[in-house]
Design a protein around this ligand. Sequence first.
Ligand code: C2E
Ligand code: CA
Ligand code: CA
Length: 564
Amino acid sequence: MRDIMQKITQEQIEEVIQLFNPYMDDYLYLMDLKTDYYRISKHAVDRFLLPSDSFSDAFNMHQQFVYAEDFPYLSQDFDLLLTGKKKSHNLHYRWLDRNKMPIWINCRGTVLDDEDGTPHYLIGCINETGKKQRANNISGLLGESELTSYVMSNAKDKPVCGFLMRLGIDDFNAIHVALDVSYGNYVIRSVADCIQQCLTESQRLFHITFTSGEYMIVDFDSHTQEDAVVLYRSIQEKIAAFIASQNYKSVFTLSAGIIELSVLSSHFEDFIKLSDFALDQSRFSYGKNSYYIFDQTDYDTFLHRAEITTALYHAVNNNFAGFDVYYQPIIDCESHRLLSAEALMRFSMPSADGGKPVFISPLEFIPILEETGLILPAGKWILNEAFSMCSDMQQYIPGFTVNVNLSYIQVIKSNVIKDILSAMNTHKLPPECIGIELTESGYLDTNQHFVQFRNALKENGIHFILDDFGTGYSNLHCLSDLNPAYIKIDRSFTNKAIINTYDHELIVKIIEMSHRLDLKICIEGVEKPEVLEEFQKMHADFIQGYLFGKPCCRSEFFTNFVSN
Ligand code: C2E
Ligand code: CA
Ligand code: CA
């Protein structure tokens, strides 16, 4: 190596560095260890916080563009190079890009000594470790960065018709687990071959995530959605034939998310993200082994849901800012006396334009809380809020009770009985003042957690209330099993019972039967006096509905029900 420096000068090496510049993504460099001078490929300056492509005071200057935390490692390595203890340099560390964001690099180089054996030059190459791999040797296909440049140069800003089709092997991990990685790789390669066989010259195939079986076809051949679907079907057939040819060693399916290129016009930069969404839809909404054609309205709904999810996380982490509890009165059907209130969760999130907070219906945000697990902290929070309100109310209405809705997620995934007892203690509420509402539809008589929970409520003397009766199977066996304090008849059933003779008869019988079993009945959704009258005739026990009060905040509830 040392011979090089005898044949060419330092200036010539520097020229070579810049000569290769246009053809390289990586960065060549030379450092003169004796004069503390540094030279690097010009395009490195566009990417990193370098002062220039050549500079003196090289070692110290590194402090400007090396991520501070990594500088000590570099310094240590430099010491070894300068003292001749090390002849090669190979370090993974971080440089700062022009936005001062740390970028992982791998700097490799060799020390060239002078004739007297002292280190003179360090020459080598720097490459970005985190940069996307361009091609994949398993599938033999080009990867995401090539896909992006192909789409950008062939479709963006041009009036083209065609489709993007993101294809994914369903449950690919199962193949890895059941067989082994090498068979998994064989499947990736074979699926790529199967797809390739179905394509024309105007349909190009890329491999998306290298570790899993996901591909993208950029299709300039198909003109209609039907054409794209025909292509998908032909790929499915090829895959089925491949699986059979392997004697069903591994049986798998392929899903597709299809996007019309014309739909992408306003967000070409996001095409990978949109295709990800489309593939997910085909799997999770259409049950895998199927296709989904991208629809902007679906995507807007998805984005809105994602926005709510983010807002919920933020609110839970900020002391439940944006959450509130509304209370709706529950009245004795005969005397119209106020007995209780149902606590109902409310959530408003900041509006995008900084205006008034946007109210989100519990029908929308409760399922998200359940899906994300945030129902666990939020459920605990509402228990405390509701018990505190009930405790205050009891000063004015002795024996006043409060009902809190629980989700089955809380029962199955947390020690919710502990939360209930702890909130009860905090607010000094006797157990008979608490009602726990659980819906009929989620009832699982065989679930161990649920059985234990039901028993714990009984042992602690806390009322259990069966909610939304009439929406699920109206399972009579579940009534004797659960032995609730009372049953709440769902609003939809209440209204049907007024207009429909059959449902009217049914509810009369349900009330009679419940009374015989010593169970009470609460009718939800009573909005009109004539409906109240009807249920009074049937001897319903309790009434909840707009007729006696819409859900309202704690202070309004006090104003409405305590002062008169
Ligand atoms: P739900 O438990 O059946 O609550 C009763 C729903 O009926 C409430 O809707 C209430 O505002 C509405 N409602 C009551 N009377 C009338 C009426 O006369 N007319 C009409 N049109 N509606 C009436 P809301 O507050 O929108 O809550 C919807 C659902 O969200 C609740 O249904 C419950 O399943 C769930 N939810 C609310 N808060 C919580 C909570 O803290 N935890 C859990 N797990 N679920 C909750
Ligand atoms: Ca309820
Ligand atoms: Ca209900």
